[in-house]
Design a protein. Structure first.
Length: 265
């Protein structure tokens, strides 16, 4: 019977175990286990277990395979199959049984493509994130510029109702005495941000800035003075009737009430 039929491994020194080959090579160099351990940085216990073929004292296969290769190179053993022969002798020529963990990893093997596959995000999630970003940005804009979008939209959607509403009613004693109005009422619908100086009767003048879309009503018993700083910044109503925005006078837009002409009825 040929050697190839009895064993798939090379037949070098078949009568000796791998451990015995190591021991003979070390003794041929007149080295002790301590000297070999110091030169190879392999512990004396592991070297002794390798030479004695004491498999129970050895670490995991991946570690012992490297140590056998290193020990063989140190002893100048050219047999590259020593590590394979060592495990072949340990397993009695049988294929080692896989552990349950190794079997599970083999069944659920992941290819590199699957490992590198990117996580898919649904379009609905992306749309929700974009919507939240837009809402937060719009809210921050309104807060920063003190702008009320609801008042602006109300003025744009219902301009006729705002312009035709009369603030004067003959049956209201606060606005009518014998059919004649004694107070001055001005309502402004701001088309842009505007700064106004207001004087009502004999009260001290005060200043206020109104945002675009704001609606304000000023009322005085006899006299009113309004000074605007922006051209055509608001639509004005005097006692419920529309009036023209004051023209510029030296860069100022002044409205003094009552007017030289009678107040609108």
């Amino acid at each position: 019977m040929s050697t190839e039929e009895t064993s798939p491994l090379p037949p070098a020194k078949e009568s000796l175990s791998v451990g015995e080959q190591f021991r003979q090579a070390r003794q041929a160099k007149s080295l002790s286990l301590e000297e070999a351990a110091a030169a190879t940085k392999i512990s004396r216990n592991n070297l002794e277990a390798i030479e004695d073929m004491d498999f129970g004292r050895l670490p995991a296969d991946s570690f012992i395979r490297g140590q056998i290769t290193l020990y063989a190179a140190f002893l100048e053993l050219d047999d590259s199959s020593l590590a394979a022969r060592f495990f072949h002798e340990r397993d009695g020529g049988k294929r080692p049984q896989l552990t349950p963990l190794q079997q599970s990893l083999r069944r659920h093997h992941l290819t590199p493509i699957k490992l590198a596959e990117r996580t898919h995000v649904s379009s609905a999630a992306i749309a929700s994130i974009l919507f939240i970003i837009i809402v937060c940005s719009f809210t921050a804009f309104c807060l920063y510029f003190s702008w009320n979008p609801f008042a602006f939209l109300t003025g744009k959607l219902f301009p006729s109702a705002a312009s035709t509403k009369s603030l004067f009613h003959p049956a209201d004693p606060a606005t009518s005495i014998g059919g004649q109005r004694n107070n001055v009422q001005v309502q402004a619908f701001f088309k842009q941000d505007g700064r106004v100086l207001i004087t009502l009767d004999q009260k001290p003048t005060f200043e206020h800035t109104y945002p675009k879309g704001a609606s304000v009503l000023w009322e005085a018993d006899k006299r009113m003075s309004l000074e605007f700083f922006q051209s055509d910044s608001a639509d004005l109503q005097l006692n419920g009737a529309s009036i023209a925005f004051p023209s510029s006078s030296g860069g100022r837009y002044l409205l003094h009430l009552p007017l030289s002409s009678p107040l609108p009825q």
